[in-house]
Design a binder for this molecule. Structure first.
Ligand code: C2O
Ligand code: CU
Length: 478
């Protein structure tokens, strides 16, 4: 089955499913005890896809499409997703960034048993707070096989004054059967050969040793690669909002738009004081809402470079209505371009006390690996042999990352937003995020309020680092 952009739109908007998989309604709505329940039916199944350029191949999909359908609801509504598993192995769905109740968090071995082939599982949780999120499988390498999609929670009362909005899902693809796991020869040596660092999570995938990061064939936006990436159509004078979401397994993007300045309005869904930037860096698991004013008619490109290196890995055309111009103008990534960093962000709605609040628990986390060992570790441990971060409800918890490796690690905490410590700002203005890039040889500190009891996964959002050990669990003790 070919998945064209048209099919994608039909599926997402009209609830018409592609042939070859069970016909189930999408976005079915019912009212239950005042709260609106928005019900979505997801079939996880292998399906033949085509990203518009390149070969057909078999990806693992929700409802036969990549990315999965956009879930778009209003704050306060109840999201109910009925997941039926047509894959040959167990699966789960994680609602990345949404502070759901622990049992709905979708982490195998931590919050639930995998949903086995033929089984159905119902996820249900309140959509709160408003923002841009994503969902994805949390089993094995399924994220890099296509099992992810955008999740948008709109504010209950309209906010902002934009005229047009686009969701941009940035994806790294191996366009072969199986997606990112197509080349299973690229494996790390078994842990037993590494000596003394503990055991790799058992039964992860056949062979029991983690895969090496693949070499990607292409980069997609909303399931389309290269010249098939759908243009952003704009009209002169419009204010355009982009929800940029990065569920890629192993790619950080530096985005820049020719002819326009981007204004960042939300980081990981949380509102920040608007920041103008030329280049926007977005790591795996991060989301940024940006706006631009369409005040420069023409044909332009919003393009991505791979963390400052390969320019033009991904080009999104920006077309003004009524402009006839053959070639779109690309941005340049020259030195001296404005480059927003976490230090430039402050919360739009400051929270917490004006004075410094005491920290009850403090956990240093040294991130290493890649050089002396191909495994990726936190404080020298490989998951699940890693230390538990023990907290008590009501604690203010600080995590201090120290990246001793030569790779950036987008660290993600489930179930909570954390504040990114910014010594140059009062604590109440620190931004809230759920994923933070820790660059090579750098320190980053975060703090969170332990307000959501359970066992919560905490890990690097490079899928290949996570599966090679860079994870642990935050545990509430009573
Ligand atoms: Cu995107 Cu453990 O998550
Ligand atoms: Cu990492």
């Amino acid at each position: 089955m070919k998945i064209s952009r048209r099919t994608f739109l039909k599926t997402a908007v009209g609830g018409v499913l592609a042939a070859g998989i069970p016909q189930l309604p999408l976005g079915y709505t019912s009212s239950q005890s005042k709260r609106l329940v928005r019900e979505f039916r997801f079939s996880a199944s292998p399906a033949r896809v085509n990203l518009g350029a390149g070969p057909d191949f078999v990806a693992w999909t929700y409802n036969g499409q990549v990315p999965g359908p956009e879930i778009r609801v209003k704050e306060g509504e109840i999201i109910r997703v009925v997941l039926k598993n047509f894959l040959p192995e167990g699966t789960t769905i994680h609602w990345h960034g949404v502070p759901v109740p622990n049992a709905m968090d979708g982490v195998p071995g931590v919050t639930q048993k995998p949903v086995m082939p033929g089984e159905t599982f119902v996820y249900e949780f309140e959509a709160r707070p408003a923002g841009s999120y994503m969902y994805h499988s949390h089993v094995h390498y399924q994220l890099d096989q296509g099992l992810y999609g955008p999740l948008i929670i709109e504010p209950s009362h309209p906010q902002g004054n934009h005229d047009r909005e686009y969701t941009l899902v940035l994806e790294d693809w191996v366009m072969k059967d199986g997606g990112g796991v197509a080349d299973t020869t690229r494996r790390l040596p078994p842990m037993s050969m590494m000596g003394g660092m503990g055991r790799v999570r058992g039964g992860l995938e056949p062979g029991g040793s983690p895969l090496l990061e693949p070499v990607y064939d292409g980069y997609a936006v909303n399931g389309r690669v290269g010249p098939e990436i759908k243009p952003l159509e704009v009209k002169k004078g419009e204010r355009v909002k982009l929800r940029i979401i990065n569920p890629s397994s192993a790619t950080i993007y530096d985005l820049r738009m020719a002819g326009h300045t981007l204004t960042i309005t939300h980081a990981d869904g949380r509102p920040i004081k608007p920041v103008k930037t030329d280049v926007l860096r977005i790591g795996m698991g991060e989301r940024y809402d940006v706006e631009f004013v369409a005040d420069n008619p023409g044909k332009w490109l919003l393009a991505a470079a791979d963390t400052g290196l390969g320019e033009g890995m991904l080009r999104i055309p920006v077309h003004y209505q009524g402009v006839n111009r053959k070639e779109a103008i690309p941005p340049t990534f020259h030195q001296g371009a404005r480059f927003a960093t976490y230090g430039d962000f402050q919360a739009l709605y400051p929270t917490g006390e004006a004075a410094l609040e005491p920290v009850q628990r403090s956990y240093p986390q040294t991130l290493s690996g890649g050089m002396h060992s191909p495994y990726w570790t936190i404080n020298g441990y490989v998951y699940p042999n890693s230390e538990r971060l023990r907290v008590r409800k009501g604690d203010r918890v600080r995590i201090s990352y120290w990246n001793q490796s030569m790779m950036p690690h987008p660290m993600h905490l489930h179930g909570h937003f954390f504040k990114v410590v910014n010594p140059s700002l009062p604590q109440r203005q620190w931004i809230l995020k759920d994923t933070v890039i820790v660059n090579p040889m750098q320190r980053v500190e975060i703090e969170f309020l332990a307000d959501n009891p359970g066992n919560w996964f905490h890990h690097c959002h490079n899928l290949y680092h996570m599966e090679a050990g860079m994870a642990n669990v935050v545990t509430y003790e009573s």
